[in-house]
Structures are given as structure tokens and as C-alpha cells.
Design a protein around this ligand. Structure first.
Ligand code: PHE
Length: 346
């Protein structure tokens, strides 16, 4: 009796297993779980048979029990094999889907870079810091006094027209050059002094070579006995550092109210080496900055005795130097911040 029931259960199990095998994916997982509980679970068919053992006559018990156990193990093994095969298939499928194509080019991380104006400013500062200059910071919103009067430019003087100044409130301007830092530095630190003031300056001006905001670096050195020759020597070091080691420097007479004598400083063209080209407009020279011996009135305005001390000052435009160094046709490239342009300076 029991033996027949066992055989019947086994047959029914095998049929369910065959059906479960045909199922796919989540359905298959479900079918296998169901199979397990229906036959081997707490209320499963097999457990029921185990319970009915108590009604089997004592003489038949050992044989019946043995058979029950063997078949149970068979079913468990068959189920386990099926579960494992299913898990392996699932894994293989996932691996096939996740396949990485190692021949594809790698994605490059987006790297930032310093702005060309920052690069050139740092290069310029580096050249002068090596010569004993230190950085001095001045305000961008300045008094008219520091911007003009103290620099020997009286209110009615035509030299005020050299800069189209933005006037803010009464007596207050956006500094049109970094030269007021000369005054503040001398008043604060006294002499002897060697400073550089890098910073933003503002003028009512806007075209391909002028911007309402641009950057200057002011230089000032005051000692007992500085001359134009010292100025030239220092500017030569600067020009060779920023442009090429064979760059030459020349002075041309000029005028600034705050220097006397004043000079316009040219460097030999870095593109043609002085032969004459598009960049230097055929002259072989490019104007890069204004400079001179500090006017004695400026020293006096800062409480420095012009009979004891002498110094030189210069002021350069960072945009201009950057345009010359990299051959840029339009200053506005430096302010548009087009990534395709900026990336080239990495
Ligand atoms: N401040 C002048 C300008 O902006 C440059 C300059 C500075 C000239 C120092 C001489 C000495 O044009």
C-alpha cells in the first residue's frame, strides 16, 4: 500500500519537475519553490507519507522506512540539481549582458586648467619675485587723490584724459590703473621698497584691444641710487622669463606725469625675432609697458625725500602681454571663457 503511494508521489513529482524545467526566468524560480513546498515542505506530500508510517504493520516498517528515505533523497537531489542549473544559467545570462568592451577608448576625466591670464600673471610675478620684489595689494575702488593728485596729475591737467575713468561718488573712482598702489605702499611701508601690485583696473573703453576691465601689474622700487639702467636690467630679466631667453628690450622716450624721465618699453618681436612680421606690424618691436624714474613730486607726496631717494616705476597690461605671448588676435577671447579656447592652455 505505502509502496504504491510512494511510487505515485514520485511520478507526480517527476512530472511537476519536468513542467518546472520548461518554465523560464521568474516563473521558473516560482515553479521550483512551489515544487519544494508541495512535496518536501511541512505540509508536503512526502511529510504526509512519513506521518502515515505509524499505520504500517511493524514487520513492514523497516523496509517501508528505507524506501521512503531513499526516494526522499532522490527527490531532494533532483530538485537541488535543478535549482543549481537554474542559478548557473541566470549568472551566465547576467555576465553576457554586462560584458565590457575593453577595446573602446576610455572616458577621460575632465581636467580643469589655469586661465591664460592667471598663467601669465604668475609667470610675470615669478620673474620679479626672484629680484627681491614683494606683492602689495591695493583697493579697486580708489580715491581720486590716490589715483591722480598724489601721482602728480592735477584736476585740470590734460593727462587725466589719458584714462577714461569711471567716477563713482564724489572723489571716488574705479582705479583706472594700478599706480595708486605706489602711493599707498610708500605711505604704509616707507622706503627703501620693492613692490609689485597685480590687479584689476577699469576704463570706459571697449573694442578688440580694450576692455572696460583689464589687469595690470604695477612695479615700484625706491632706494638710494636707482637709475634707468637698473630699470632696464630688471625689465630684461622679466622679458626673457616671460617671452624667450633671447628677447631684447629697448626704451623710447615718453611721458607720464608720475615719472620723469618716462619711457615706453618695447621688446623684440617673439614671433619673428625682430625681422618684422604681422604681429609687430613689420617693425620687429612690440610695445609692452610704460615706465620711468619716479617723479620727485610723487616721492614728496609720500613723505620721501627726493634728494636722498630715487626709484623707478613701471606698469604693464597682463592682457596685452598674454596676447603677444600667445599671438591672440582679439582681447575678448580672454573674457568669453569658451572652454575650447581655454583648454589649449593646459
Ligand atoms: N599707469 C600707467 C598706465 O596705466 C603705466 C605706468 C606705470 C607708467 C608706472 C609709468 C610708471 O598707463
Amino acid at each position: 500500500m505505502l509502496q504504491q503511494k510512494i511510487e505515485a508521489l514520485k511520478a507526480s513529482f517527476q512530472q511537476s519537475l519536468t513542467e518546472a524545467r520548461l518554465a523560464e526566468g521568474a516563473k521558473k524560480a516560482e515553479a521550483l519553490a512551489q515544487l519544494k513546498s508541495a512535496f518536501l515542505g511541512k505540509n508536503g506530500g512526502f511529510t504526509e507519507l512519513m506521518k502515515s508510517m505509524k499505520d504500517v504493520p511493524a514487520a513492514e516498517k523497516p523496509a517501508a522506512g528505507k524506501l521512503l528515505n531513499t526516494v526522499k533523497q532522490e527527490l531532494e537531489a533532483a530538485l537541488k540539481a535543478e535549482e543549481e542549473a537554474f542559478a548557473a544559467a541566470k549568472r551566465a545570462e547576467a555576465l553576457a549582458k554586462d560584458k565590457i568592451d575593453i577595446t573602446l577608448p576610455a572616458k577621460k576625466p575632465a581636467l580643469g586648467s589655469l586661465h591664460p591670464l592667471t598663467l601669465v600673471r604668475e609667470k610675470i610675478l615669478q620673474a620679479f619675485l626672484g629680484l627681491g620684489f614683494e606683492v602689495y595689494d591695493g583697493p579697486e575702488i580708489e580715491t581720486e587723490y590716490h589715483s591722480f593728485e598724489a601721482l602728480n596729475i592735477p584736476a585740470d591737467h590734460p593727462a587725466r584724459d589719458m584714462q577714461d575713468t569711471f567716477y563713482m561718488a564724489d572723489g571716488i573712482v574705479l582705479r583706472p590703473h594700478t599706480s595708486p598702489a605706489q602711493i599707498r605702499a610708500m605711505q604704509q611701508k616707507g622706503v627703501p621698497i620693492r613692490i609689485l601690485c597685480p590687479g584689476r583696473v577699469f576704463r570706459a573703453d571697449d573694442d578688440a584691444t580694450h576692455s572696460p576691465m583689464f589687469h595690470q601689474i604695477e612695479g615700484l622700487a625706491v632706494e638710494k641710487n636707482l637709475s634707468l639702467a637698473d630699470l632696464k636690467g630688471i625689465l630684461e630679466v622679466f622679458a626673457k622669463t616671460v617671452f624667450t631667453p633671447d628677447t631684447k628690450v629697448r626704451f623710447r622716450p615718453s611721458f607720464f606725469p608720475f615719472t620723469e624721465p618716462s619711457v615706453e618699453v618695447d621688446v623684440s618681436c617673439s614671433m619673428c625675432g625682430g625681422k618684422g612680421c604681422r604681429l609687430c606690424k613689420g617693425t620687429g618691436w612690440i610695445e609692452i609697458l610704460g615706465a620711468g624714474i619716479v617723479n620727485r613730486h610723487v616721492l614728496e607726496n609720500c613723505g620721501v625725500d627726493p634728494d636722498q631717494y630715487r626709484g623707478f616705476a613701471f606698469g604693464l597690461g597682463v592682457e596685452r602681454i598674454t596676447m603677444i605671448k600667445y599671438g591672440l588676435p582679439d582681447m575678448r577671447l580672454l573674457f568669453e571663457n569658451d572652454v575650447r579656447f581655454l583648454e589649449q592652455f593646459r
